[in-house]
Ligand binder design. Structure first.
Ligand SMILES: *Cc1c(COP(=O)(O)O)cnc(C)c1O
Length: 465
């Protein structure tokens, strides 16, 4: 092996541990952790010396320290923290989809300690976890019964496993969706043990396609919302009502996987999305949707349905593996209460953001621009927001925000993301854009502070260049 004479200069572990830049980390991490990172960094620097990537004059100890700090930043960057979403994507999956309503946040902190998840406080008897949410869902949607699980993927998995294991489920070819994060419907079928029976063509599927496919092997008929894409042109697929009317037997459930879960609980806001109420009213035996998309609540999967099928699901041993924890249950209750009795358009952040007028977003953008007016590169601009979360994929909402012209937009975006309060922005060719539709008025001052600091750092960088 090529022996660099500089290998002898590699510092001792302890001298790195007690060096000025590493010393402060000893308050945050145990020495054993830091020593592990230092050994890894020493090993990397040893290899760079052997391959002569680190030249004859590079600062060896400095390089080891730099690597340890970089490793620590990378690890700390995964820690889950509050961030500001200035991307204009309302249901941003990487940012935890729906931000919770204030009442839901309060409920989470209240029930976080000891709470009666499975105890009726009036009778003193044990109840089913989520019974109160089920009652709220009945009133909101007209469903007979309901079941709550971890997310809509869990709902789909569980329904297929319990109702259709080793049997066929008929589904239109055009509905075999892939959504983000590697969720592909055919794979979910395989994992659940249900047998996929595709009918129709990519663009056109008729009721008679399903009718012809029904046999003794059929366990269910399923419709899946396209979610994140739209088919236009020469396309057709049956409505959920037509599928319900087609079936000849009560033993053949029609499953409606809605995903986005548009509750349609207010008259003022209308969206071109299949609604939960319509699905239930059409007679779907089981209606599935997410809690953290258009419902605006916590991550969970909601299964509405007739008593018979929900009972079967509830008895499954999978239920224990899928059930909600008390925090989610509390947040969901508070969210459903707003839909039922409150002012959903103002108190559910997701709906408020979708419904906010461009004028009001514009005035917030002007306020932010005025707070940092010293900088000539900042302009108030028109931009386009998106709903995200597999809802209305082709619809963009006209919005306002600020654009910050800079030669290195990625550098500025990195600074904003790594700031004391992280800000997620959009990068275009020669500017960073903050869409204010997804930014709350209470966050404007924080953004202004963070921007000022980022400008200072960036102009500092360019001075050195
Ligand atoms: C989003 C979505 C899912 C998955 O929902 P999660 O709550 O993210 O698990 C399943 N089906 C459809 C149609 C969806 O849109």
């Amino acid at each position: 092996m090529n022996q660099s004479p500089r290998l002898r200069e590699l510092p001792a572990v302890n001298s790195v541990l007690t060096s000025l830049p590493i010393e402060p980390l000893r308050k945050q991490y145990p020495d054993t952790t830091l020593v592990g990172w230092i050994r890894q960094s020493l090993e990397k620097v040893r290899r760079s010396l052997q391959s002569e990537k680190l030249g004859a004059t590079g600062d060896i100890k400095g390089e080891v320290i730099r690597q340890v700090l970089q490793h620590q930043h990378e690890i700390a960057g995964n820690s889950v923290k509050q961030v500001i979403n200035a991307t204009g994507i309302i249901l941003h999956t990487n940012l935890g989809r729906a931000p919770l309503a204030e009442a839901a946040i309060q409920r989470v902190t209240q029930v976080a300690r000891t709470s009666n998840v499975e105890l009726n406080l009036h009778t003193g008897k044990r109840n089913h976890r989520g019974d109160y949410c089920v009652e709220l869902l009945r009133q909101l949607t007209g469903c007979e019964d309901a079941l709550l699980v971890n997310n809509c993927a869990a709902a789909t998995m569980m329904v297929l496993q319990v109702i259709a294991c080793q049997r066929e489920v008929i589904i239109a070819r055009g509905q075999l969706i892939e959504i983000g994060g590697g969720y592909r419907l055919p794979d979910v079928f395989t994992a659940s043990g249900a047998i996929l029976h595709e009918v129709g063509t990519t663009n056109r599927t008729y009721v008679h396609d399903y009718e012809h496919a029904v046999s003794a092997e059929t366990a269910a008929v399923m419709r899946v919302h396209h979610s994140n894409f739209k088919q236009t042109g020469f396309v057709t697929e049956p409505t959920i009502r037509e599928l319900v009317e087609m079936k000849r037997s009560d033993d053949l459930p029609v499953i409606d996987d809605l995903g986005s879960g548009w509750l349609d609980s207010t008259d003022e806001l209308q969206l071109d999305e299949p609604s939960v109420k319509a699905s239930v009213a059409s007679g779907a035996d089981l209606t599935l949707f997410s809690g953290d998309k258009l419902l605006g609540g916590p991550q969970c999967g909601i299964i509405l349905g007739s008593g018979r099928w929900i009972k079967l699901l509830r008895q499954s041993p999978l239920m224990r593996a899928m059930r909600l924890d008390k925090l989610t249950l509390g947040a969901l209750e508070a969210t459903l209460e707003i839909h039922l009795n409150g002012d959903a358009l103002s108190d559910i952040p997701t709906l408020r953001m979708i419904n906010e007028s461009t004028e009001s977003i514009r005035s917030r953008s002007e306020k932010l621009a005025s707070l940092i007016k010293s900088n000539a590169e900042i302009r108030v601009i028109q931009c386009l927001s998106q709903i995200g979360g597999g809802a209305l994929p082709c619809q963009q909402l006209p919005s306002y925000g600020i654009s910050i012209a800079t030669a290195k937009p990625n550098v500025l975006a990195d600074h904003l993301r790594r700031g004391a309060t992280s800000i997620q922005s959009r990068v275009s060719a020669d500017s960073v854009i903050l869409d204010l539709r997804t930014v709350d008025a209470s966050q404007i001052d924080i953004i202004a502070d963070n921007l000022r600091q980022s400008f200072a750092l960036i102009s500092g960088d360019s001075d050195h260049a």
